[in-house]
Structure formats: structure tokens, C-alpha cells
Design a protein around this ligand. Structure first.
Ligand code: ADP
Ligand code: MG
Length: 686
């Protein structure tokens, strides 16, 4: 047990196990911590940290081993070491582009060396002459390459210490200080949610140990303790949502409508699509509501399968609904689905926050609308289906648990969940509990794997030259803008500026359209229509094109500052090309390789090495940990902060058993499950 913090782990008073504290931590903003103002709060928010609870659940990615502190005159070789001294002078220099270097001469009793920091220009002001510094790093091209540092009296850098998923603006060292403050102030208020009989270590002790362990082993033990907590909560939700009594309409054998649908499709279904369809048909024939996960990489042909399931409802005189997480996606689906429906004489409507009049709602209520495509607007109270038999939930991991339930509640439709985030099959089974899984493991055969290349910023003009060759051959292209701070408005503005710049420079003379999250619905639709119909050559876009956009003539994509994106996200983006029979290309332009972290380099390399989403998911697992794998942070399912899915199989099983036992018992574990639901509700559709 770690005993470093007064008031955190040294409880002098006996405490009841299972003690429920006020739900303080959720309401408690990080701004209640010393030194956290509006600016830092905003930067923390970009890391997904808003409350003290978020902060404490921000798990160190690894722990840095302690290194020796040596005299500057002893520096030699390329081992990582620590030095300490004071600043003699400092200068900041631009290296071109956004890149910059700050160099400080640092002196100790034995000598002086230049220490350098990349892309942290603000440091120059902090490093005034005479400032005491402790630096961890190694000799490099520019003198001493600083990896981490302490300013003034702080001593965290060279010791055994947590390394957090950090950002440029909130370095790991800062997160360490914040975690320390949060534990000292609030550690005590963390309730234990598991039954006392289990005799587990207290949660607050585990939290202290995960942030500031004395050994790796202590950290690992703490992690598993916290993992059990969250897995139990998750499995409780799974157990609760299993409604053993609900009955769905059993649909008879596939009929004439889906036969015509097959004929209408301009291609033959792949064996994987056929297998998924067969599995769905078996489910639909039963009165137990279908709960099936349809997994398949982007472009693997899930939508075709989904529409099949919806049409099965229609041919039996009932309704089908397709729910997407964003308006753009819902519209995209509508654009794909509606013409096919029209060809079959099936009435299809769109219902989102901004599209869908009273008349549409009435058509849904009367059964006149046979297939409804929409966003979560579909499950709002004022929408009543006449007779919903099949629901498809696209990218289901982006919905909170609650949204998933609402679609099923009281209506008991068969539900197909689609996801393009490739989760290795075995993991999907464990996480989603009772969901059956269909997998489209390979895209249609006429696809050629996308050729991916990683290009340093200095060669970006070559990338654009390549792109123009495609345009001149009558193809279309995407340019994805850098991922900057997470405000949609700023992203939109940056994308506008970038499109303007490209129109004058690299893409002069081409028809360049712009797509971002702040466009009005009508404008966005118009841009998509123009691109689809070939009235635009290039679509400059933010990540809003990540899912759903489907233009087979687009054969090349440039991703700017690709190192800022996550692996799964890049894979999704890349899936926008290579959707026709043509060879397609994805050019990842990164910042200078020298400046990239090892993890960023591994990500880009992995993308060049394979287009197999499942393989990439494994790599992602290795590099990032679980929370990221499960999709965006906004979903209840991604609340796994401490679990290592592959290492913790035994814990998953244990949690599942515990959940069976505890499902109908009152106790703090129920509060925790409610909290996760509330959280999903609160953040689920951000
Ligand atoms: P997903 O939803 O999995 O991303 P889609 O269903 O949107 O994939 O399919 C991607 C593209 O592939 C679409 O243009 C679709 O028409 C096409 N497609 C789907 N199935 C096949 C198939 N069996 N053969 C050829 N093309 C197909
Ligand atoms: Mg799709």
C-alpha cells in the first residue's frame, strides 16, 4: 500500500465498506483543483477530462523507470539520464512551418550544455536565467534532448513515475501534479461499490497506487482492482438490459420483396454478406428479439445487409428503422437507401433533428412510412412507430447504452447493431455480453487494397502532385484537414482557411468543395450531392467524412498532419477511398519524423503495412489501450479505463458471475451502474 499522501490512504478512522459518498466527483469540475483555470480546463477537456473523477480515471499509460542523475560533464552515450542545473540563457527559434525549437544553456558545477525542446515555444518565457531545472533525456542532435523536466523545486522527472496519455499542451508532468492534488483533496470521497465480503483493497487506495505506485507490481494490482469495478458495472448493465420476457414478431421465410431487392443490386452478394443474411434470417424467425452485432470494416458492405433486414420487416407489413449517430451519417444512409427503396416501391423517410416535419411523424405513426432513416430523433418521445419490427443501429458504440435500450423498450423489435470499428471477435463477445456476432471479414472481391504511403511534411508537394494526376484522369479526391483543438467552430474555421489556401495553391484550377461539421444541413447536403455527381473534384473536409461518405470515383486521399489522428480514425478515414474497382491511394502527411513520438510513428507505419482492420485493432490495443479501441470517449461502453481486455479475461468472467448474483440486489453497485447510464445519457450524443 502506498503511504505517500496524508489523508489519502492513511485512514485513521474505521470506515464501513460499501459506504456511499455524495455523488460529488461527477459534479466536481477540475477547476476546483488548485491552479486549474479556464484555459487549462479547456485543454484538459480535449483529453476527455472534465471532472475530478475523469482525472482520477485518467490512467497512466506506463511508468517511467527511475534514472540516475549525473553531472553534465559526465554526459556520454545515449542512455537516458537526468541532469540538474540552472538556466544561463535561452533562445527560441522557428524551424520552418509550425515547428520551433527552444534551446536553453544549462549549467551545473561540472559544465554547461544546451538543452532543447521542440514545439513548445511558450517555454522560452518560463526559463528565465537562474531558474533551477531538472531534466530527463539523452544526448541528441541538438545537445541534450529533453524528454521531461521539472522547473524549480519539483522532483518528479527522474524518479519512478507515471506517464499519462498527454497532449502537447498538457504534458504528463502537469497531469501528475493534478492527479496528486486530486487525490489529496478528494481521494477519500471515492465510494467503494463492491460488496465488502469480497475483501478487496479499497478503491481509494487502488487509485493512489495506480497514480503513484512504488513498484510496477503494485500498480498492476491496483489496476486490476479498478478494472474489476468497472467490469462489474458494465456487466451489470448487460445483465439488466436482458429482458427475458420481451417478445418480438417472428417473421416467416424471406419473400418476394427481398428477392426483388437482390435482383435490383448491381452486384452479387459476397459469401460473408450471404452468411450474415442467413444468420439474420434465423434470428428473425424467432420470437426472441434479435440482438446481433454486424461487424465489418468500412466498405465491407454492411449497409446492403442492413437494408435486407429492414426489407424483411416491410415485406411482412411492418416497419424498419435505421438509426445513425450523426445527421450527416443519417443523410448519407438515406441517400443510399432511398433510391433502392424507390426502385422497390417501398416508402422511405428521413427523420433527424433538422429534417422531418410533422407529416413525417404522422407517416411513421400511421405506418405509411415503411422504412425510417434517422438520428436519435427516432427514439424521442414524440415519435411513435406504427409497428416497428426491425431496428438497425449504425455505429452503435457511439450511442450510450440508454439509447440502445430505448429503441428496444416497449417495442421489442429485432435489433441489428452495425459497427465498423473492428473489434476482435472474442473481445466483442465478452464486452457485448449477449450479443450474437456476424462478421463481414472481407470486402467485395473487386476491391484492390488501398496503397498507403507515409510522407514527411517536407515532401507534401509531391503528394499533391500525385493527387493532381488522379484529378486529371477524371478521378476525385479527399483532403483531410489537421485535427486541431476539439471545438467544432475552430475546426470549421481552420478547414475553411485551408480550402481557401488550397484553391489558390496546390489545387488551383480544380473545383474544390468544403465539408465540415458547422455547415448548415442544406449546404452540407448540397456539397455532398455535388461531389457525388462529379461537380467537384476535391472535397476538403474535417473528420466528418469519417463514416458514411461513399463515392466510388474518389481514388486518392491526403491526410494532413496525420500523426495527430488516432489509428482507428485514420483507418476509418482511409476507408472513404478504395470503394470502387480502381486502385486507390492514401497519403499520410506527417509532421517532421524527428518530432513524432514512437507511438505516432508506429501508428503511421502500421497503416502503411496493412489495410486489415482487425490487425490494426490489435496494434491499436497494444499502442493505446482499451478505451480508445471501443470508439470515441463519448460512449458508455468506452468507459473502460482500467481494463486490459486481453490480459483481464479472468476478471471479465468474474465480473459476469458477480453481476448475475448482484443484479437484483440493492447496493452501491447499482448506483454505479446508474451513474454510467447517466453518463452515457449526458455525453452519449455529443
Ligand atoms: P459499409 O456500410 O460496410 O461501409 P457499404 O455497404 O456502404 O459498406 O458498401 C460499400 C460499397 O460497396 C458500396 O458502394 C456498395 O454498393 C458496395 N458493395 C456492397 N456489397 C457489394 C458486393 N457484394 N459487391 C460489390 N460491391 C458491393
Ligand atoms: Mg456504410
Amino acid at each position: 500500500m502506498h503511504a505517500g499522501f496524508a489523508g489519502v490512504v492513511q485512514h485513521e478512522w474505521p470506515r464501513p465498506r460499501g459506504w456511499t459518498a455524495p455523488e460529488l466527483l461527477d459534479a466536481l469540475s477540475v477547476t476546483t483543483l488548485p491552479g486549474v483555470g479556464a484555459t487549462l480546463a479547456k485543454r484538459l477537456r480535449a483529453l476527455g477530462i472534465e471532472t475530478v473523477r475523469d482525472l482520477l480515471a485518467h490512467r497512466p499509460r506506463r511508468y517511467e523507470r527511475a534514472v540516475d542523475e549525473i553531472a553534465i560533464s559526465q554526459l556520454w552515450g545515449d542512455d537516458e539520464v537526468a541532469i540538474a542545473g540552472e538556466v544561463v540563457d535561452v533562445r527560441a527559434r522557428r524551424l520552418g512551418g509550425r515547428r520551433s525549437i527552444v534551446t536553453a544553456r544549462v549549467r551545473d558545477e561540472s559544465g554547461t550544455i544546451g538543452a532543447s525542446w521542440f514545439n513548445q515555444p511558450w517555454l522560452a518565457e518560463r526559463l528565465t536565467p537562474g531558474t533551477h531545472l531538472r531534466l530527463r533525456g539523452r544526448l541528441g542532435r541538438y545537445g541534450f534532448d529533453v524528454k521531461s523536466y521539472d522547473v524549480g523545486a519539483a522532483r518528479a522527472t527522474a524518479d519512478f513515475a507515471p506517464v499519462y496519455p498527454a497532449s502537447e499542451q498538457v504534458p504528463s508532468t502537469r497531469l501528475r501534479e493534478l492527479a496528486r492534488a486530486a487525490l489529496a483533496q478528494h481521494g477519500r470521497y471515492l465510494p467503494d461499490t463492491l460488496p465488502a465480503e469480497l475483501e478487496l483493497p479499497l478503491r481509494c487506495d487502488a487509485l493512489a497506487a495506480i497514480h503513484f505506485p512504488e513498484t510496477e507490481a503494485a500498480a498492476e494490482e491496483a489496476r486490476r482492482r479498478l478494472a474489476l469495478d468497472e467490469l462489474l458495472t458494465l456487466q451489470l448493465l448487460v445483465a439488466r438490459s436482458r429482458d427475458d420476457d420481451s417478445i418480438a414478431a417472428a417473421l416467416p421465410e424471406p419473400g418476394e420483396l427481398v428477392a426483388r431487392y437482390r435482383e435490383l443490386l448491381p452486384f452479387k452478394l459476397t459469401e460473408y454478406q450471404e452468411r450474415a443474411i442467413a444468420e439474420i434470417d434465423v434470428d428473425l424467425a424467432r420470437t426472441v428479439p434479435m440482438q446481433r452485432l454486424l461487424q465489418g470494416d468500412v466498405g465491407s458492405g454492411k449497409t446492403v445487409v442492413a437494408l435486407y433486414a429492414l426489407l424483411r420487416a416491410v415485406e411482412n407489413g411492418r416497419q424498419g428503422a435505421l438509426m445513425a449517430p450523426t445527421e450527416t451519417l443519417a443523410e448519407q444512409h438515406f441517400l443510399t437507401v432511398e433510391p433502392l427503396c424507390a426502385g422497390l416501391g417501398v416508402r422511405c423517410v428521413l427523420l433527424t433533428g433538422s429534417a422531418g416535419s410533422k407529416a413525417v411523424r404522422e407517416a411513421i405513426a400511421s405506418g405509411d412510412a415503411q422504412i425510417v432513416v434517422g438520428t436519435h430523433a427516432l427514439i424521442q418521445r414524440d415519435v411513435a412507430f406504427h409497428d416497428l419490427a426491425v431496428g438497425v443501429v449504425d455505429e452503435q458504440h457511439r450511442f450510450g447504452v440508454e439509447q440502445r435500450q430505448a429503441l428496444a423498450e416497449g417495442r421489442s423489435p429485432h435489433v441489428l447493431h452495425m459497427t465498423a470499428t473492428p473489434i476482435p471477435r472474442t473481445l466483442a463477445l465478452t464486452i457485448y455480453g449477449d450479443l450474437a456476432v456476424s462478421e463481414i471479414a472481407k470486402p467485395p472481391a473487386n476491391r484492390k487494397p488501398i496503397v498507403t504511403a507515409w510522407v514527411g511534411a517536407e515532401r507534401s508537394s509531391d503528394a499533391y502532385a500525385r493527387l493532381r494526376i488522379h484529378l486529371d484522369a477524371g478521378r476525385q479526391a479527399y483532403v483531410v484537414c489537421p485535427l486541431i483543438e476539439q471545438s467544432e467552430t475552430r475546426l470549421a474555421r481552420a478547414a475553411e482557411a485551408e480550402a481557401e489556401r488550397l484553391r489558390r495553391a496546390e489545387l488551383k484550377g480544380y473545383r474544390v468543395g468544403l465539408l465540415h461539421g458547422k455547415l448548415k444541413t442544406a449546404d452540407r447536403r448540397e456539397v455532398m450531392r455535388q461531389f457525388k455527381q462529379g461537380e467537384l473534384d476535391v472535397l476538403v473536409a474535417t473528420t466528418v467524412i469519417e463514416v458514411g461518405v461513399d463515392v466510388a470515383n474518389a481514388t486518392i486521399m491526403i491526410v494532413q498532419e496525420a500523426d495527430r489522428f488516432g489509428l482507428a480514425q485514420l483507418h476509418q478515414l482511409r476507408g472513404r477511398v478504395g470503394r470502387g474497382g480502381e486502385q486507390s491511394y492514401c497519403l499520410l502527411i506527417s509532421r517532421d519524423k524527428l518530432e513524432l513520438t514512437d507511438v505516432a510513428q508506429s501508428r503511421l507505419q502500421a497503416l502503411c503495412d496493412t489495410t486489415d482492420g482487425f490487425e490494426l485493432a490489435e496494434v491499436d490495443l497494444e499502442l493505446r489501450g482499451e478505451g480508445q479501441l471501443l470508439g470515441t470517449r463519448q460512449s458508455g461502453w468506452s468507459d473502460l479505463r482500467f481494463t486490459k481486455l486481453r490480459a483481464d479475461r479472468d476478471l471479465i468472467e468474474r465480473a459476469r458471475q458477480l453481476a448475475q448474483e448482484l443484479r437484483d440486489e440493492a447496493g452501491p453497485w447499482q448506483d454505479e451502474a446508474d451513474r454510467m447510464l447517466g453518463d452515457a445519457d449526458h455525453r452519449g450524443l455529443a
